[in-house]
Ligand binder design. Sequence first.
Ligand code: SAH
Length: 506
Amino acid sequence: MPNVFLVGAGPGDPGLLTLRAKEIIETCDVMIYDYLANADFLKWCRPDCEILYVGKKGGDHTLPQDKINELIVDKARSGKTICRLKGGDPYVFGRGGEEAEELVEAGIDFEVVPGITAGVAAAAYAGIPVTHRDHTTSVCFITGHEDPTKGESGHNWAVYGQSSSTLVFYMGVGNLPMIAENLMRNGRAADTPVALVRWGTRCNQQSFVSTLENVAADAAERGFKAPSIIIVGGVCSLHDKLGWFEKKPLLGQGVVVTRAREQASGLVEILRGHGACVYEFPTIAVEHLDDYAEVETAILQLARYQWVVFTSVNGVKFFWEQLSAIGLDSRIFGGMQIAAIGPATADELKARGIIPDFVPDKYVAEHVVEGLLALGIQGQDVLIPRARVAREVLPEELKKAGCRVTVLPVYETRLVQQSGEEITAALDKGAIQYVTFTSSSTVENFFELVPAETLRRYPDVRLASIGPVTSATLARFGFTPSIEPGDYTIPGLVDALVGSVAPDKG
Ligand code: SAH
């Protein structure tokens, strides 16, 4: 079995990574990655994986190529599985060929996992098909940054100038005036459309279309820098018509998600789907209790209750975990009545074969009590499996209504101790437009990590709160959220956020 994998990480959008690449990232012993390989992928590495960065920093290589080659060979000789992760495709201007040759010389077996190259992906995300029957019959991938040690240009400008091929230049922004000049001098019309796509497929993608004649000045005026792809040819005229990615309502908007990592994925995915640059800043962690004796006793005496009220997705998950641990399943609920405080909790129950008898229209404790009373919960025995520390409104109100309530902690939440530096730095750069809060504890914990005075310095940053209880907690810190959905759910929160962006984007 080969133990070195030269893996393409694709152009940046995590969804454009291949299944094979993900598999190798998840299982490798050593990860050696580059500047353009999306660092988000590292979260899939095993906890004991050795992670080495060999990419560029401020224009310099942290490690020269021969040292990278040596490093790969050394690590491979130790018998470990190496993932050599490179942006785009490893064999398209990635020096993957050189690394592979070194491996062959060292007698080390390897495999290549192709990736989606930026020249195709960034173009597609900018509405540019690299070939199109009306415009061109071929496409060339060209380096815009020739080896400076080579005396003469290796490019045959006459061929590029006279062909109708779509030309895709990598690493060319710095040489844009020279590239445009050479193409015009060799026969390409001055009004040939040219597109530049920067950070293609990522939430911060930017692009524009110009002409050979004007593109260098336009790029300079816009301050367009690397990493950008330059596309030359008639296909670029389709940019406006076929562009889709840059129309996403939250494209380029920095949104902080404060939810526990275990619960955040849904919210993060929807926000990314709308184009947002998501900053995951989990302020709470969801954890097991030290001791489940009380839960086990409650499960074994479950028949005492007429109602079980689940108040969170985690309540369902942790309750079922204990149920399975003692060899029982959903049948234990028999004819009991079951309530879910919101649609996500209801879905979690349905996934376990339970259709809740009650799901309120409004997802706060007060409404739940009203609804439950209407169903005749008064005077009955009620079990509420939930977090150790949570709001007491629901149990209190049910007690007032004459229920015998047992609150059963099945998990706990705690403050994630982390530095607020990354968020503060992003605020400083103007990279954050929204901070989302999905519960009162996310508010309290956020301000433990990022002081309220810090956030106050950025009055343009909008706060999004899931509902009135969370908003009241924000008010205690002196903030008024500018976004609060009508229904207090995650999808509602995202809709409200999307609705709040400038109308020209919405
Ligand atoms: N192996 C990579 C290319 C590496 S060369 C691939 O197949 O995509 C580095 C150049 O690729 C950058 O200078 C830039 O021109 C281009 N590039 C890489 N990622 C890009 C992106 N997301 N958007 C635009 N250009 C990108």
